[in-house]
Design a binder for this molecule. Structure first.
Ligand code: FAD
Length: 382
């Protein structure tokens, strides 16, 4: 029996229908940051689906967060990315924050009063994140941060940034330490201008620069050197977000394609000449359903704390982000010339989907992680 949709998911659907879907083309065409949509989702009670109730969240299972991400992505990729980045910022705070840090930031992130970001990537430390060179040097009661981060979602809008830096580059992974950076009036901190991008244009992506930026010791998130394990736990959730986006972009492209073909009369049972097209749609629908089932299964594994969860998250990220790109591209092709029309929004889903194969660990990196797991599993049964 299908479970009743939760109040939170009903609220998400409502905000999408009322606000997010009707505004998606404008957000894309004008590269507008969808802050109002984020506040509307929060006001509707869906601003912190994975956060504890006592801190303004809804404490829902991960599969429900993934479903919300899928629905929002199907409507508007930029809004989905800003929404997920709020969660990617809140999640490590919830895992490693002091009671004071949690009190200060999680309710504000859940309510949309604060915008969050998470900053790992550097120009020479993307896939190999342990190679990061942004340094936080301890001086008595403060750290001095120097370095820069690139491609940071929400970076120019953020009130708080979960920053990963090293206390000593020589230590490699063991030097990586997390900090909570409150950006207001922060000296020595600069957020660059949003990049011009292929897709998800309303979600801003910027470079962050720290120049002798002095931050208090009590902004450290967890212990010195405890950043790398925190980062590994954080990417489990962010890869689920990307997987759900893949399914959402596929579903959004499929729905828009079906609507247009219906109007053209090509889905009529009498149109035997359109049977190949109808069979393509049948296959695409089954592929989306399989991707969605995979995401749900992986979410349940993550919630159960099963040791195989990390590798299965990589499987879902690899499969579902490729699904989003493939389905959106097929839908553009099925529409012929109309596939190129911005007003139908199918080309937007294709542009929005492409980056999901790259961020949150490229799909080549996911393949490496899966291959490693295959080796370990095979060795264990020998
Ligand atoms: C729109 C957008 C939003 C982003 N948001 C954020 C954010 O909010 N926070 C954040 O910290 N980062 C963010 N990123 C960064 C993103 O996560 C990185 O771009 C991504 O992890 C890849 O890193 P890289 O670009 O340095 O690629 P590189 O690591 O330089 O990789 C380049 C190529 O080499 C391949 N490659 C790398 N290593 C190997 C290997 N060992 N074997 C085989 N192939 C390999 C990769 O698959 C890729 O094809 C964002 C990026 C974009 C574009």
């Amino acid at each position: 029996m299908t479970p009743e949709p939760s109040n939170e998911l009903a609220a998400v659907r409502n905000v999408i229908a009322r606000m997010i879907a009707p505004d998606a083309e404008r957000v894309d065409q004008t590269s507008t940051f969808p802050g109002a949509a984020i506040r509307a989702l929060a006001e509707a009670g869906a601003g912190g689906l994975l956060m504890p109730v006592e801190y303004g969240g809804q404490a829902r299972p991960t599969r429900e967060y993934a479903e919300a991400m899928e629905l929002i992505s199907a409507a508007c990729g930029a809004t989905a990315t800003v929404y997920m980045t709020q969660m990617h910022c809140a999640h490590p705070i919830n895992l490693a924050g002091t009671p004071q840090q949690v009190d200060q930031w999680i309710p504000a992130l859940c309510s949309g009063a604060a915008i969050g970001a998470i900053a790992l990537t550097e120009s020479d430390a993307g896939s190999d994140v342990a190679a990061m060179r942004t340094v936080a040097t301890r001086h008595d009661d403060h750290y001095v941060v120097n370095g820069s981060k690139i491609f940071i979602s929400n970076g120019d809008m953020a009130d708080v940034i979960v920053l990963f830096a090293t206390v000593d580059p020589v230590l490699g992974k063991d030097g990586i330490t997390a900090f909570l950076v409150a950006t207001e009036n922060l000296q020595g901190f600069d957020a660059g201008r949003p990049m011009k991008k292929l897709g998800q244009k309303g979600a801003s992506t910027v470079e962050l620069t720290f120049t002798d930026c002095r931050i208090p010791v009590d902004w450290r998130l967890g212990d010195e050197g405890a950043g790398y394990p925190l980062l590994l736990r954080s990417v489990l959730n962010s890869r689920i977000s990307a997987s759900a986006q893949g399914v959402g972009f596929a579903q959004g492209a499929f729905d828009a394609t079906v609507r247009h073909l219906m109007r053209d009369g090509l889905l009529s049972a009498q149109r035997r000449d359109a049977q190949d097209l109808q069979f393509d749609l049948a296959r695409i629908r089954s592929e989306i359903a399989a991707g969605r089932a995979l995401v749900r299964e992986v979410c349940d594994l993550v919630d159960s704390g099963a040791p195989e969860a990390a590798a299965e998250v990589s499987v879902a990220k690899l499969h579902c982000t490729a699904l989003g790109v493939r389905v959106a591209a097929e839908c553009v092709a099925l529409l012929g010339d109309d596939g190129d029309r911005c007003d139908l929004g199918v080309e937007r889903r294709l542009r929005d989907a492409k980056i999901t194969e790259i961020y949150d660990g490229t799909n080549q990196v996911q393949s490496m992680l899966i291959a490693r797991d295959i080796r370990i599993s095979a060795a264990a049964v020998q």
